[in-house]
Design a protein around this ligand. Structure first.
Ligand code: 5GP
Ligand code: ZN
Length: 114
């Protein structure tokens, strides 16, 4: 059995509050939301970090953006705006080592991020 938290959510071994799923992508609410809308969008394939992407993964990374667009529309935040964030490695704040895109919305976002 995998030690990866997000693979466990993908496999149904631990519960996830799933908001979107297709053959290649899964999205679920973040357990510790940093905004009124805070959804994690992952490739179903285990890839640890952006540094581990291979040529064949390019398509699935595009699908993460396509899922983000769809979810943002369904959540009604497309027009007001939303932020997509992917942290790579601990120095950038990555704590779960299965690539994920944060979709954050529902409050004003500042720049630069901390
Ligand atoms: P990172 O810090 O790696 O960019 O983001 C990891 C995210 O996963 C964090 O926002 C954290 O709240 C979230 N997270 C950690 N454990 C769980 C969990 O068991 N379930 C869900 N849904 N989210 C989690
Ligand atoms: Zn994984």
């Amino acid at each position: 059995m995998t030690d990866c938290l997000f693979c466990k959510i993908r496999d149904g071994d631990i519960p996830g509050d799933i908001v979107f799923e297709d053959d290649h992508v899964l999205a679920f609410n973040d357990v510790n939301p940093q905004a009124p809308v805070h959804i994690l969008i992952i490739p179903k394939k285990h890839i640890s970090t952006i540094n581990d992407l291979e040529d064949g993964d390019v398509q699935v990374m595009g699908k993460l953006f396509a899922a983000a667009k769809k979810i943002a529309h369904e959540k009604g935040v497309s027009e007001e705006g939303y932020r997509l964030v992917t942290n790579c490695n601990a120095g950038a704040g990555q704590t779960v080592f299965h690539i994920h895109m944060h979709l954050l919305a529902g409050r004003a976002m500042s720049w630069p991020p901390g």
